[in-house]
Design a protein around this ligand. Structure first.
Ligand SMILES: Cc1cc2nc3c(=O)[nH]c(=O)nc-3n(C[C@H](O)[C@H](O)[C@H](O)COP(=O)(O)OP(=O)(O)OC[C@H]3O[C@@H](n4cnc5c(N)ncnc54)[C@H](O)[C@@H]3O)c2cc1C
Length: 382
């Protein structure tokens, strides 16, 4: 057994860095583990909404300008479009811009914020096991580490979550969406792209995207598995539809996206799950960056409070999740089934009427200015 820390954080990406920063700045000894050496690649469209910008400012002290200077934020957009493969349903303006980050630089920058606040890191070793009651984590080099608390921020295929006995693994698997995403030079699209484009209707429960990102265009699809669903074939058809000449196809990369399998109580023993590890991703658009940052911050602050008052940290964590995050995920889950089912039953007309009628409040909902629950004004606690 090596040195003991107050908290072992499994995963140094977004949820892990937000948690590590919260704990380190309150003087707790924190060790962040990751199998990757940073900087590392992460498949992601990198779209940031208003609520992410708000949280980055309040928790990390970062602004779009400071992230741009760090090379992490690469471009912004003031509009969006939603399309089917045959027509444009809406070309909308945004009340505040979407921003796009390069995940390699963004993740490294936020991890460095936690490290500068005092968090220690061990990178380049895989976590192979966890005892969520004793707070013991095992690495692939045979070392074991123990914390008073463990935060599992190790992503969609979480090893820490696998150690929880009560997780509904069938539901977890059923709502884990496969994705495929590539980046191509802008010139390959043969048309300028300033704003994000979403494509619906060609996957039953999912969608495709074309996002601007500095000198690149990011193209991806995600969708729940259906009978005879081959995501590579669907992706190739999408590329052909976009008119991109890509023969022979490069090697395609995918990564699972939690898509409606959020855990309502992502805690067990002295272990808390944050971000993708807890399935905490918005189930309509698949927004995970904000929910990883926010749940990571909540987990870190809850553990700090538990350590400082010698009380159970999980109660503070679940209280904030229940108040601020889970209502959004549940309402978005309901909305997506209404939209996906209406697309299947009557085609895009229902969706088109909905986005046209809801207009600006709908974009405010995606940004987090309004709630997914009845478009009420949303109040965050940061
Ligand atoms: C194709 C795609 C596009 C996306 N686009 C967007 C988007 O545009 N906007 C948005 O908001 N969200 C998007 N998302 C979702 C978003 O990327 C995730 O929700 C977010 O990265 C979750 O952050 P996290 O910190 O929880 O986990 P991750 O970012 O997945 O980080 C987990 C970390 O844990 C480490 N790890 C994993 N297993 C182990 C192990 N056994 N041992 C040690 N370390 C381990 C990994 O190396 C990694 O660094 C997208 C997802 C995908 C797949």
């Amino acid at each position: 057994m090596t040195k003991k820390h107050d908290v072992i954080i499994c995963g140094s990406s977004l949820a892990g860095s937000a948690a590590g920063l919260a704990l380190a700045r309150r003087g707790h000894s924190v060790l962040m583990l990751d199998r990757a050496e940073f900087p590392r690649r992460k498949l992601c469209g990198g779209l940031l909404t208003w609520k992410s910008v708000k949280l980055l400012a309040s928790h990390f002290g970062e602004t779009p300008e400071s992230l741009t200077r760090a090379g992490a934020l690469t471009c912004s957009a003031d509009g969006y479009s939603i399309r089917t493969l045959t027509k444009t349903l809406v070309n909308g303006k945004l009340p505040v811009p979407f921003h796009f980050v390069d995940r390699t630089r963004f993740d490294t920058h936020l991890m460095e914020c936690a490290r500068n606040a005092g968090a220690e890191t061990i990178h380049g070793h895989k976590i192979t096991g966890c005892d969520p009651i004793k707070g013991v984590v095992t690495l692939d080099n045979g070392h074991t580490l123990q914390g008073k608390y463990v935060i599992g921020a190790d992503g969609a295929n979480s090893t820490v979550r696998a150690s929880f006995p009560d997780v509904d693994r069938t539901r977890m698997k059923q709502f884990m969406a496969p994705t495929i995403e590539i980046s191509i030079p802008r010139t390959m699209l043969f048309r300028p792209i300033r704003n994000p484009e979403l494509y619906v209707g060609f996957i039953d429960a999912g969608y495709g995207w074309v996002f601007p990102n500095q000198d690149k265009v990011v193209i991806g699809i995600c969708g729940l598995r259906q009978d005879n669903f081959n995501i590579s074939q669907v992706f190739k058809k999408f590329i052909d539809f976009l008119g991109i000449n890509m023969r022979p196809f490069p090697e395609l990369h995918g990564h699972p996206l939690p898509y409606g399998n959020y855990l309502e109580t992502p805690v067990h023993g002295v272990t808390l799950l944050a971000g993708d590890a807890g399935g905490l991703v918005e189930p309509l658009f698949g927004e995970g960056i904000f929910f990883a940052l926010c749940s990571g911050m909540y987990a870190g602050e809850a553990v700090a409070q538990g350590l400082e008052t010698d009380t159970d940290a999980s109660q503070y964590y679940t209280a904030r999740l229940n108040h601020f995050i889970l209502p959004e995920l549940k309402a978005s889950d309901r909305l997506r089934w209404i939209l996906f089912k209406s697309m299947k039953a009557i085609g895009p007309t229902g969706l088109q009427l909905f986005v046209k009628a809801a207009g600006r409040p709908l974009t405010e909902m995606v940004h987090g200015i309004r709630s997914y629950a009845w478009l009420r004004k949303k109040h965050w606690d940061f």
